[in-house]
Design a protein around this ligand. Structure first.
Ligand code: AMP
Ligand code: GLY
Length: 415
């Protein structure tokens, strides 16, 4: 099958790597890593007409849209209108991610447990709310897409107000009660009728070791997660996943793709933090190497509404993925840093290096292009072996100012 992947991150590199085991892969625009699998097409996901034209020209039998921005812009609606099979929701259902305000109203309406939430569109009401909260820890969220940077957790009224006022200049704001617990990333494939839940992952959102420092897009992930046991997953399905899909069907939000449930396991049960309408990054880089069947056939079944009661098989191993970031990330960071030779150290069968937005310059030198530059993933029978393989690979990725968290998985598997 000919598959076109839209996006340029490490998530898309992992998708390409998995598809390429059986299928012919092209990426738009892809990166220096995906170029190794076939064709990189010079078309950006946000340029709907260019993607539709590329898919037609390539004879793509399936288009898989990785990132949220083209999904929110309606790329899948355009592909479907052109008669092309696409994996991902249309614009209306993508609002579950592109508008946190819409998503929270939806989950409240459908009885999905989540944090108590207040919505604001003007600073005066926010000021009163922060004042009345008397120093309680709050989570402020920008309603619209923010590439992982639209959330602040704080108990400092001045910090909350500064962050909230800035967002209110251009968007709606949500203020949530701060939930305490362990976090999970749960993915469910949905073909519009049936769904299948994949093994849970745990992301590491904070920049610093021990979950300190600012929020990032995610600095590493492990899969599976021991505390996501059968009873916990059954409860998440019953209280969060099933009512969400039932609600979407009832409200005409057709969904053929993967829905990502950010879940906090609190003392009073699992609560939904957010929906994302795509695979997680970096979770996907740890999840896909554990899949024991053909991802292409699975995604095509989803896109065609033919998933039925199929349950994807996984190897039973553990994966640990470590993100290697540019100096300064998640603040401002330089792009175009030359990556040194040790990169090409052979990873062997138990580790993979996924690129994000890398490119080759005119002299053939590999250069970084984003804040999160690579994900080094190790696989093993347990976390210890997966971790040592991931870090051995990450240590070999050399560029000026490269850094990574040293403790991916420790909070989950460590003593
Ligand atoms: P979101 O984009 O909504 O997933 O928020 C980003 C991150 O902020 C989440 O992955 C959590 O780690 C944290 N977070 C979001 N909402 C809450 C909440 N209500 N309580 C505690 N932490 C939260
Ligand atoms: N890793 C979290 C996300 O993809 O949004």
């Amino acid at each position: 099958m000919k598959i076109l992947i839209v996006g340029s991150g490490a998530r898309e590199h992992a998708l390409a790597w998995s598809f390429a085991k059986r299928h012919q892969v092209a990426c738009a625009p892809g990166n220096a890593g995906t170029a190794g699998f076939g064709l990189n097409v010079a078309a950006d996901g946000e340029d709907t007409a260019a993607i539709v034209a590329a898919a037609r020209e390539l004879g793509s039998e399936l288009v898989v849209v990785g990132p949220e921005v083209p999904l929110a812009a309606g790329l899948v609606d355009a592909l479907s209108a052109a008669g092309l099979a696409a994996f991902g929701p249309g614009k209306a259902a993508a609002a579950l991610e592109s508008s946190k305000s819409f998503a929270r109203a939806f989950s409240e309406r459908r009885g999905v447990p989540c944090a108590r939430t207040a919505r604001f569109s003007d600073p005066a009401a926010l000021e009163r709310f922060v004042d009345e909260s008397r120093g309680a820890r709050l989570v402020l969220k920008k309603s619209g897409l923010a590439a992982g940077k639209g959330v602040l957790e704080s108990d400092d009224p001045a910090e909350l107000l500064a962050f909230g006022r800035e967002i209110l200049r251009s968007d709606e704001l949500l203020a949530e009660e701060y939930l305490v617990g362990r976090e999970l990333s749960v993915f469910a494939l949905c073909d519009g009728k049936d769904y299948a839940i994949l093994p849970a992952c745990a992301d590491h959102k904070k920049a610093g070791p021990g979950d300190t420092g600012p929020n990032t897009g995610g600095m590493g992930a492990v899969c599976p997660v021991p505390y996501a046991d059968e009873a916990t997953m059954a409860r998440i399905e019953r209280e969060i996943i099933e009512p969400s899909f039932r609600g979407m069907a009832a409200e005409g939000l057709s969904y053929r793709g993967v829905l990502f449930f950010g879940v906090m396991l609190t003392a009073s049960g699992p609560k939904l933090l957010e929906y994302n309408v795509r695979f997680g990054d970096p979770e996907t880089q740890s999840l896909l190497p554990l899949l024991a069947e053909d991802l292409g056939e699975l995604c095509l079944a989803v896109a065609r509404g033919k998933l039925g009661h199929r349950r994807p098989r996984f190897t039973g191993e553990t994966a640990c993925g470590v993100v290697i970031a540019a100096p300064g990330y998640p603040g401002p960071y330089p792009k175009g840093i030359v990556v040194g030779e040790r990169l090409e150290v052979a990873a062997g069968g138990n580790a993979s290096l996924f690129h994000a937005s890398t490119s080759l310059d005119a002299e053939g030198k590999l250069r970084t292009g984003g804040g999160r530059c690579f994900t080094a993933v190790g696989i093993g029978p347990d976390w210890e072996s997966a971790r040592s393989r991931a870090y051995a690979l990450a240590d070999g990725v050399r560029f000026e100012g490269a850094w990574f968290r040293p403790d991916i998985g420790e909070k989950i598997f460590g003593r």
